[in-house]
Design a protein around this ligand. Structure first.
Ligand code: GRF
Length: 192
């Protein structure tokens, strides 16, 4: 599997996946890290890990479709056949979705369909629910609406602060995302 990771920010999920690939735990290669944010920390991580990285923003183009066309071109050039979104803060447009059917996954910090959108952790915390969690799902045209692949619960205790809850969620993400990616790739290779 030739994998591209898309990320907009910190990149801790990118890092754990890249390390799992390097350690031979995931049968694939990360051939591209793409970021829509030229200041993102994830670009430094890619540099340190020796992973090819490219960054440009929709603002560099007159239309979003041209921006996505440019990404598509990159993906073709690198012969990418699977995309992992890891904190990529944009909707995926029709051209990319059509080119990669059931081949784009995302991780979201809540038990979807609860608390979709940009602030899954904060929204769950402020709603004072007793549990939240992490979801890995296929990407469709909606906001965090695609078919669910895996979920794991995280209990919110009386003592939790936003920050302790964030830590708990990220710990689960960092275990779950590489595990799920590994399984998806194994299943597809078995079927091939
Ligand atoms: C994660 O919480 C993920 O669930 C969400 O964005 C965050 C990315 O964190 N989609 P990082 O950039 O991987 O550290």
């Amino acid at each position: 599997m030739r994998i591209a990771v898309f990320a907009s920010g910190n990149g801790s999920n990118f890092q754990v996946i890249a390390e799992a690939v390097k350690a031979g735990k995931i049968d694939g290669e990360i051939v591209l890290l793409f970021s829509d944010n030229k200041q993102a920390k994830v670009l430094e991580r890619a540099e340190q890990l020796g992973i090819p990285h490219v960054s440009f923003s929709p603002k560099d183009f007159s239309e979003k479709s041209i921006y996505e066309g440019e990404i598509l071109h990159l993906l073709e050039e690198k012969k990418v056949n699977f995309i992992v979104l890891a904190g990529y803060m944009r909707l995926i447009g029709p051209a990319l979705l059509e080119a990669f059917p059931e081949k784009i996954i995302n991780i979201h910090p809540s038990l979807l369909p609860q608390f979709p959108g940009l602030h899954g952790i904060r929204d769950a915390y402020e709603a004072r629910v007793k549990e939240t969690g992490v979801t890995v799902h296929y990407v469709d045209k909606g906001v965090d609406t695609g078919p669910i692949i895996a979920q794991e619960r995280v209990i919110i205790t009386e003592d939790d602060t936003m920050s302790s809850l964030e830590d708990k969620i990220h710990q689960v993400e960092h275990r779950l995302y590489p595990e799920v990616l590994k399984k998806i790739i194994e299943n597809r290779e078995r079927r091939a």
